[in-house]
Design a binder for this molecule. Structure first.
Ligand code: AKG
Length: 293
């Protein structure tokens, strides 16, 4: 094992400051500004919700009313914009992912979280484990977060509880037993002394294990905090549920097209992992924000 693998195995995350070139980040930001402006124009007088399209590309808003509507997230930008696709396949990112999840890599999901500015008081993300949303036959899954702008303590950075990936899978269900996508930290007496704040300049990349407890707080600044999150899984980590992302039972060809490193297989690797199926849900939801409300 090299030093990154040792650190990740022990702590459940790995931080690489300035991994992505600033020029490339600037190019991405140009595309982001363009698609956001286009969406604003398109939706000026229309009431639309984040409905899912064939490639699961859609905006997620904080409200359905056209007056108060602000963009919280762009789902799966890599399916429509070449530059996001390129970023999701970036050599530096993939070579790290590959060594962290055991040698094979299949792309899983993409989202660009904006986190609303201070005055909008929005888009805090409650503590959760991504694994609770999409259990697999083994837990060789990693989430990669890339800041598109500098992120300090004041921007509502990601926070990760180190070494939580080796411990329990907490219930993400409510008292009424609906899946709500967040942990009751009081009830579970979760302490935050091991919470690491992930800050960094644009182009900083964090890798975290699918079972690491994480979340993010309030953005105290007057601008949004764009963070791209990409999910990757080992080729033989077989999903136990359809989470709305490429799924073998929906379209096996497309599922296999998402292999970046390794070979297709219909033999899942089974390991002893804690799992809770994220069902039932109160209603169909399109984002973590709606679910955690
Ligand atoms: O945007 C953030 O700060 C965290 C989001 C997150 O953890 C998620 O979408 O699963």
């Amino acid at each position: 094992m090299d030093k990154d693998q040792i650190f990740f195995k022990k702590n459940g995350y790995l931080l690489k400051k300035n991994l992505i070139d600033k020029k490339f980040i600037d190019k991405i930001n140009k595309v982001v500004n363009k698609v956001v402006a286009q969406d604003k124009q398109k939706n000026k007088n229309k009431i639309t919700n984040g409905t899912q399209s064939y490639d699961n590309y859609h905006f997620v808003y904080n409200s359905n009313s056209s007056k108060n509507k602000e963009i919280l997230r762009l789902n799966n930008p890599q399916n429509r914009h070449k530059i996001f696709y390129e970023l999701s396949r970036n050599r530096k990112i993939i070579s790290i992912v590959k060594k962290l999840i055991g040698g094979s890599v299949r792309f899983h999901l993409g989202k660009l979280n904006f986190k609303l500015p201070n005055k909008k008081k929005g888009s805090e993300v409650a503590w959760h484990q991504d694994w609770a949303f999409y259990p697999h036959t083994n837990d060789d899954l990693v989430t990669v977060g890339i800041y598109l702008e500098d992120c300090t303590e004041k921007n509502g950075p990601l926070k990760i509880i180190k070494n939580s990936h080796t411990k329990r899978l907490y219930s993400h269900h409510s008292n009424e037993n609906f899946f709500v996508g967040k942990i009751d930290t009081k009830k579970n007496k979760i302490g935050f002394k091991d919470a690491i704040t992930i800050t960094g300049t644009a182009g900083t990349v964090v890798f975290f294990h699918c079972r690491s407890i994480h979340g993010s707080g309030h953005n105290k600044m007057n601008s949004s905090r764009p963070l791209i999150l990409f999910g990757y899984r080992a080729c033989d980590a077989w999903p136990l549920i359809n989470d709305g992302n490429p799924h073998p039972e929906v379209n096996i060809e497309n599922y296999n097209k998402n292999i970046i490193v390794g070979k297709k297989t219909v033999k899942p690797r089974m390991t002893k992992v804690p799992t809770i199926i994220p069902l039932p849900k109160k209603k169909h939801y399109v984002s973590i924000y709606e679910l955690q409300k």
